[in-house]
Ligand binder design. Structure first.
Ligand SMILES: Cc1cc2nc3c(=O)[nH]c(=O)nc-3n(C[C@H](O)[C@H](O)[C@H](O)COP(=O)(O)O)c2cc1C
Length: 159
C-alpha cells in the first residue's frame, strides 16, 4: 500500500484532480472505507471550473506526482483556471490513459487513482463546530462540495 502512504504525504504539496482533461491542484483528500468500499474523497469549491466539469462527470482521477517533482505544474494548475486556459496544452502535458473506466490522468505522475463518484454533497459551513474554521475558510461563502469516489483501480507509471 505504498501508494496510499505516498499520496497522503504528497497531498501536503499537491496532487492533480483530473476531470475531462482539466488538471486542478488539490491539497485536501482522504482515503477511507465506507459502504464497504475503498474510497477516496475530494473537496472542490463551487467557484472552480472543475466543479462545473464534475456536474457532468461520473468519475474523477487523482494523479499523484513523485515526491519533489512537478512543482511548477502544481503551482500552475493551482492558480490558473481551465475556464481561461487549456492547462494541459499550456504545460505541453499529455493524458495518461484511463485503465479502469475512470478519467485520464496527468502523464508523468507516479500514481493515478481512478474513482467512480458515489456521493456528492455540499458542506454546510454552518454545521462546523469550530468557528475559527468558518472564518478562515468560508468568509466569502465559497464552500466545498465533497465527492466520495470508489477507487476503481490505481496505475503506477513506470519511471
Ligand atoms: C497546493 C494547492 C492545493 C489546493 N487544494 C485545493 C482543494 O483541495 N480544493 C479546491 O477547491 N481548490 C484547491 N486549490 C485551488 C485550485 O487548485 C485553483 O483554484 C485552481 O486554479 C482551480 O482550477 P479550475 O478552475 O481549472 O478548476 C489548491 C491550490 C493549491 C496551489
Amino acid at each position: 500500500m505504498d501508494w496510499m502512504k505516498e499520496t497522503n504525504e504528497q497531498l501536503r504539496h499537491g496532487a492533480f484532480l483530473m476531470v475531462e482533461g482539466n488538471p486542478m491542484t488539490i491539497g485536501w483528500g482522504q482515503f477511507g472505507i465506507i459502504w464497504n468500499k475503498q474510497t477516496f474523497s475530494v473537496y472542490v469549491r463551487h467557484s472552480r471550473y472543475t466543479h462545473e466539469l464534475l456536474d457532468h462527470a461520473s468519475s474523477f482521477t487523482v494523479s499523484v506526482p513523485k515526491p519533489g517533482t512537478m512543482k511548477d505544474a502544481l503551482v500552475f494548475c493551482g492558480t490558473k483556471s481551465g475556464r481561461d486556459i487549456d492547462k494541459m496544452a499550456a504545460l505541453n502535458a499529455s493524458i495518461f490513459p484511463a485503465r479502469f473506466g475512470g478519467q485520464g490522468g496527468f502523464s508523468g505522475c507516479r500514481y493515478h487513482i481512478e474513482c467512480r463518484i458515489l456521493l456528492r454533497t455540499d458542506l454546510d459551513e454552518h454545521l462546523l463546530e469550530d468557528d475559527a474554521l468558518i472564518s478562515r475558510y468560508y468568509q466569502d461563502g465559497d464552500t466545498h462540495t465533497m465527492l466520495i469516489g470508489e477507487i476503481l483501480g490505481v496505475s503506477e507509471e513506470a519511471e
